[in-house]
Design a protein around this ligand. Structure first.
Ligand SMILES: O=C(O)C(=O)/C=C/C=C/O
Length: 485
């Protein structure tokens, strides 16, 4: 098997790094790629190149700029299988998920923000003035500048392009730093940018880690104008400290400890299927995944049994098997974290309804990062497993009696990202969803995405919203011009 070399992309040229780091498959531990770690000097040159490219890119007529984004989207679609194999190779996620979610969203993100940039209105007001005449006020939007994009390993291409697309659409230039755990699709995106003629310096790629590596070099760079990051809350806090001296804007989509509320009147099968998907999709490695399930008491026992049946029925297997419902976690290191919570849950007194360990395949997958889909009950709300994000295929299920109790339980967290509400009473659905202290509340569905809506969370779940026109807030700087008429 060839070991892919994943290089940096700086000022329109692919460059080796001073050193490389290995990427191992989470399926069987095999070495599959070597990524070239960018030096501080290379990050400096990438930032300088981005600044050189910025004036011309920002001044480009918006139709020409968005044509370039549509070319990136077409390039991803054209190389769909390359992106699919790269994403599956890096993450071990099932082909069903990667082919329906990750890769299509890579192209969709560029198309969505190209369309938005083309059709964007301009905020303006005619203002009455004391002399009986008027003034014209309008908000003229300029790009923020050179944007650092630091993207995570769970939905690598989706979340990278979710940030790169609006950044480029609104005239910014970009330095990308993908997670060291999933460097492959970012490299392919750089290849597509190169092959479709994106001007040198507009989009740059530097591989590496956080502290003492490209992540730190970008976040502490004096000429970076803002940082957009998706990942763990603790890393978000570290980035805030890094940009504080320069008072730089940040856009953060961080962790979550998301609740699902299942009322007794819900469509039972839909609620079980929807909750199972929200817990086990992508091996529980989505910031929007459910880790806390609260079920109204009359259906509690029946629901726990049905959810456990769905977990046991999940086909845990090879990523490229169309029937695989769940693959491995992204790495052995992350599996150690998840398994530590499996052990902690037992210490905290959990009943393990199903799972709680590592599946044994008797083949190469035993060298991978697989865990069993897991369901806990019986923990106190004060338990660490109820308060802390596990980021794996696991949830805790607890009963509730009244709507008020359900809302209180769901909101008793320092996170504030997503919630799901299952009920046939849509008046209650609206009421409970609005009462959730989250950025996204789904009623009788989960991870149903309209890319024009505000996306993000509060508390430990992040700062700001991205999506549709909401991305303008971070990726542009408005100047309000007031003209006396
Ligand atoms: O669906 C999206 O646009 C998105 O940002 C998903 C984020 C998931 C994070 O783990």
């Amino acid at each position: 098997m060839t070991i892919r070399q994943l290089r940096n992309y700086i000022d329109g040229r692919f460059e080796d790094g001073a050193s490389t780091f290995d990427k191992h498959s989470p399926v069987d531990g095999a070495l599959i790629a070597q990524a070239h770690e960018a030096s501080r000097e290379q990050v400096d040159r990438a930032v300088a190149a981005a600044h050189r490219a910025l004036p011309a890119w920002a001044a480009l007529p918006v139709g020409q700029r968005t044509d370039q984004l549509l070319a990136l989207a077409d390039g991803i679609s054209r190389r769909f299988d390359d992106f699919l194999q790269a994403e599956i190779g890096d993450t071990g996620k099932p082909v069903s998920w990667a082919s329906q979610i990750d890769i299509p969203r890579g192209a969709a993100n560029f198309r969505t923000f190209a369309e938005l940039a083309r059709t964007l209105d301009m905020e303006s007001y005619m203002t009455d003035t004391p002399d009986g005449r008027q003034a014209l006020n309008y908000a003229y939007r300029k790009p923020l500048g050179v944007v650092g994009v630091i993207s995570p390993w769970n939905l690598p291409l989706l979340l990278l392009t979710w940030k790169v697309a609006p950044a480029l659409a609104f005239g910014n230039t970009v330095i990308m730093k993908p997670s060291e755990v999933t460097p492959s699709t970012a490299t392919l995106l750089a290849e597509v940018a190169h092959d479709t003629g994106l001007p040198p310096g507009v989009l740059n790629l530097t591989h590496g880690f956080g502290p003492g590596s490209a992540g730190e070099f970008i976040t502490t760079h004096p000429d970076i104008d803002g940082i957009t990051f998706t990942g763990e809350s603790a890393t978000g806090a570290a980035i805030m400290r890094a940009v504080a001296p320069g008072v730089k804007p940040v856009s953060f989509e961080l962790g979550g400890k998301n609740a699902a509320l299942v009322f007794a009147d819900a469509d039972f099968e839909a609620a079980v299927d929807g909750t199972a998907r929200s817990v086990f999709a992508n091996c529980g490695q989505v910031c929007l995944c459910t880790e806390r399930v609260y079920v109204q008491r009359p259906i509690y026992e029946r629901f726990v049994a049905a959810l456990a049946e769905r977990a046991r029925a999940l086909r845990i297997g090879w990523p490229d098997d169309a029937d695989t419902g769940m693959g491995p976690l992204v790495s052995r290191e992350h599996r150690e974290k998840v398994l530590s919570y499996f052990a902690l849950a037992r210490e905290e007194g959990a009943t393990v309804v199903t799972g709680g360990g590592v599946p044994v395949f008797g083949d190469a997958r035993d060298a991978g990062a697989y865990v069993q889909p897991t369901i806990w009950t019986g923990l106190p709300e004060s338990a660490r497993c109820i308060k802390e994000e596990v980021f794996g295929p696991v949830c805790h299920v607890a009963p509730f009696d009244t709507e008020e109790e359900a809302i209180r339980l769901a909101n008793d967290t320092r996170y504030g990202l997503a919630a799901a509400v299952w009920t046939r009473d849509l008046t209650r659905g609206h009421r409970v969803a609005q009462a959730m202290k989250v950025g996204l509340a789904w009623v009788n569905c989960w991870f149903l995405r309209d890319l024009r809506t505000p996306f993000g969370g509060s508390g430990l779940s992040g700062i700001g919203r991205e999506g549709g026109r909401h991305s303008l807030h971070f990726y542009t700087e408005p100047t309000n011009v007031c003209i006396k008429l």
